[in-house]
Ligand binder design. Structure first.
Ligand code: 3HC
Ligand code: NAI
Length: 694
């Protein structure tokens, strides 16, 4: 039977040892659940067994329910029943927690009569991150065991805690001093020897006063008013006070099942798998090894270069920060120092850690300082001639095998690579601003980039705690190319009748933290203006703002007005007049535009561009595009990313609206892209492509 492979049962000296072997993370698949029920039965029925120990092989204890089973018809035994079977064993059952006990994994441990953990174990209820609540007794057993307030905090925060913290809370009974398994067996034996009946978490009486729970619940609801999982977790824990355990379990299950079907949870589960899939580099020959990186160099100590140098220092990698003059270098290093100072003042960075990180950053003038680096990241001005000059120089300076990366936002990585005699070592490493904060790293694969260089960039990205996504060469790669499609529409909406605050409100209403115009004011309007002037392009509203000296926050006014020392964007009647004048000049009769139309006008052209990006092979999977938007542009995770969002609406609807926009505006680029049309005609979604790619 399948479960005999994933759950191994043996008896030695009266102790039934149950070992879960379900790599990679011992998720509670149907076979594991069945194996646990079978083990409970055997241990109960075997008179030679005095106690049972549940352990797991590998780095994790149990990472939780098998998320791949969610959304499919449940296969019995369901997890709450499997856990009840363990809890009902009339002999002591001890959980030996060697690694992560998460979600259903912690719930299994809570169903045992005692818990002993290795010092490195981590315990938590991360269901909230998947838009869920614990669904196998976590909301009923944990509050009774450690108190409702502490339990509610854990399940609404979702982050795991370490063994020491779990012990302090009373979540586990002991931390193993030496080897875990012998310690767990010894404890099981001791419990069996004592006359006491097995201690069930459901009978624990540490719930704590209801007033404290209600105060915590009110505070949480205030902070997370728009998160249905938080409300559901509160409701479920509240049941501990009002109804018997079994009824509480039923209420928990009902809420869990309801949330499973919620589009938010579907999106968050999609994101979980998209993030993991994006870490797998497409078309990489098996056995490709990343090159070791022990020393890095960053060229240009400006906005991006300083932030990128911080990323290396934060990861403990020595980095040389290179500038053209001592003055530019000094101000770059000073900016890095003051960014760290903010963290020290906030208490998120210890002064010693600040000193250690600064010590890893060595400032140097001149490119020769890049000679020892295993990886060089260029972050000089966005000018092709300059970048080619820098790469040609690096070709003579850098050691053989060094990976040479450019942080260019838009430029042709192949043209930059061609300035060297080693294009196989050249690629893009596109960080996002602020580089020390934003998680996304677009790794741009050039036509000649070698598999090893690519693997090196991806691996170093993970070491820098970034989310690396491999993309191909095109203007703006994945993120900025789609952003450009949105920006064009945002400008048009202004000319047709909306004001910046209308557009931004529609987009924050959709779930973004910031609208496109507040974002432009933050980034500065002058750079785009200069590029447009150089390339003969226009954007009537943005150009008019720049001509009026409105460059955004840096000049105290842009699309909005800013009070000195205050970053709050305030609508400005002068901007409204300026926009109305542009509409009049272009002969456009302004009209009210509803928030729903604004959202469609901004998001659907991005999806269309995403379809082109997929068709051209610039991104390998729709999920990669979604990961780019989630981690580079703060796309709301519960909407899963633009491509998932398109699927959730239905591609036929998206295509029809795009066709209508194209007809209204006469802009053929808005017509649904061929891939979008093909999928829509077949009634399929982008997810079909994801499956094909995998
Ligand atoms: N179900 C199915 N697959 C899972 C899984 C799960 N719960 N957790 C991880 N995996 C898979 C990943 O998709 C990945 O697969 P891949 O190799 O094919 O891409 C593989 O396991 C390894 O995962 P990671 O790359 O994330 O490995 P790490 O070592 O970096 O992290 C981990 C390990 C900390 C356990 C992390 O995987 C994790 O956080 N997992 C999810 C934990 C979770 O959310 N648990 C709650 C589930 S919901 C639940 O339990 C409901 C219950 O209350 C009823
Ligand atoms: P910046 O103007 O702040 O900094 C550029 C720095 O490069 C300056 O300090 C300059 O002195 C230095 N520099 C110029 N030539 C040099 C040379 N030959 N050797 C050493 N240093 C030299 O520019 P920023 O914003 O940091 O951008 C740098 C690169 O990063 C550009 O390619 C840009 O497109 C890209 N980028 C910018 C983002 C942003 O939001 N600012 C986001 C992502 C990428």
């Amino acid at each position: 039977m399948a479960h005999t492979e994933t759950v191994r049962y043996s008896v030695e000296d009266g102790i039934a040892l149950v070992r879960i072997v379900n790599p990679p993370v011992n998720a509670l698949s149907a076979a594991v659940r069945a194996g646990l029920v079978e083990a409970a039965r055997r241990a109960t029925d075997d008179p030679a067994v005095v106690a049972m120990v549940i352990a797991a092989e590998g780095r994790t204890f149990i990472a939780g329910a098998d998320i791949t089973e969610f959304g499919k018809p449940p296969v019995p035994p369901i997890l709450p029943h499997a856990i009840a079977a363990l809890e009902d064993v009339p002999k002591p059952v001890v959980a030996a927690i060697g690694g992560a006990a998460l979600g259903g994994g912690l719930e299994v441990a809570l169903g045992c009569h005692a818990r002993i953990a290795a010092p490195a174990a981590r315990l938590g209820l991360p269901e909230i991150k998947l838009g869920l609540i614990p669904g196998a007794g976590g909301t009923q057993r944990l509050p009774r065991l450690i108190g409702a307030v502490a339990a509610l905090r854990l399940m609404t925060d979702g982050s795991p805690i370490d063994a020491a913290a779990a012990l302090a809370l009373g979540m586990i009974d002991a931390i193993a001093e030496g080897d875990l398994l012998p310690a767990a067996i010894a404890r099981a034996r001791a419990l069996a020897a004592s006359a006491a009946a097995p201690r069930r978490s459901r009978d624990a009486t540490s719930l704590g006063p209801r007033e404290a729970f209600e105060a915590e619940a009110a505070a949480l609801l205030g902070r997370h008013a728009d998160n249905p999982s938080v409300a559901a977790a509160i409701e479920a824990v509240r049941a501990c006070y009002s109804v018997p355990f079994e009824q509480g379990m039923e209420q928990e299950r009902a809420a869990f099942r309801r949330l499973l079907d919620d589009p938010r949870s579907q999106a968050l589960r999609y994101v979980f798998f998209a993030e993991r899939a994006s870490a797998r580099v497409p078309r990489l020959p098996p056995g490709t090894a990343a090159r070791p990186v022990t020393q890095a160099a960053v060229i240009g100590a400006g906005t991006m270069g300083g932030g990128i140098a911080m990323c290396f220092a934060n990861a403990g990698i020595p980095v040389t920060l290179i500038e053209t003059s001592a003055e530019a270098l000094a101000s770059g290093i000073e900016r890095v120092g003051s960014t760290y100072d903010i963290s020290v003042r906030r208490g998120s960075l210890a002064p010693e850690a600040r000193a250690a990180r600064m010590a890893l950053i060595t400032g140097k003038v001149g490119l020769d300082a890049a000679a020892d680096a295993d990886l060089v990241v260029e972050a000089v001005f966005e000018e092709m001639a300059l970048k080619r000059e820098v790469f040609a120089a690096l070709d003579c300076i850098a050691r053989p095998g060094a990976v040479l990366a450019t942080n260019t936002s838009y430029l042709d990585v192949n043209a930059i690579a061609a300035a060297t005699g080693r294009p196989q070592d050249v690629l893009g490493m596109h960080f996002f601003s602020p580089a020390n904060v934003m998680k996304l790293l677009e790794v741009v694969r050039g036509a000649a980039t070698s598999a090893e260089a690519l693997a090196t960039a991806v691996q170093i990205g993970s070491r820098l705690a970034k989310v690396p996504v491999v993309v191909g060469v095109c203007h703006g790669f994945v993120g900025n190319r789609m952003l450009a499609a949105r920006s064009v529409q945002a400008e048009r909406l202004l000319i047709e009748g909306a004001l910046p605050q209308d557009v931004d409100a529609a987009i924050t209403g959709f779930g973004f933290r910031m609208g496109p115009f507040a974002m432009s004011d933050l980034a500065g309007l002058d750079i785009g203006w200069r590029i447009r002037k150089a390339t003969g392009k226009t954007a009537p509203v943005a150009d008019a703002l720049c001509e009026a000296g409105r460059f955004g926050q840096k000049t105290g006014k842009g699309y909005y007005l800013y009070q000195p020392g205050d970053r709050t964007p305030r609508p400005d009647p002068e901007v409204a007049r300026l926009i109305e004048a542009v509409s009049a000049r272009l002969g456009i009769a302004r009209r009210p535009i509803a928030a729903a139309e604004i959202v469609e006008r901004l998001i659907y052209p991005m999806i269309n561009e995403g379809a082109r990006i997929l068709d051209e092979g610039i991104a390998a999977r729709p999920g990669d595009i979604d990961v780019v938007w989630l981690h580079g542009y703060n796309w709301p995770a519960w909407r899963g990313g633009p491509m998932h969002h398109a699927d959730s609406i239905g591609l036929a609807e998206v295509a029809a609206r795009l066709a209508a926009f194209a007809a209204q505006s006469g802009d053929a680029s808005l017509a649904p892209a061929p891939l979008l049309q093909r999928l829509a005609a077949r009634g399929e979604g982008f997810a079909t492509l994801r499956e094909a790619a995998a």
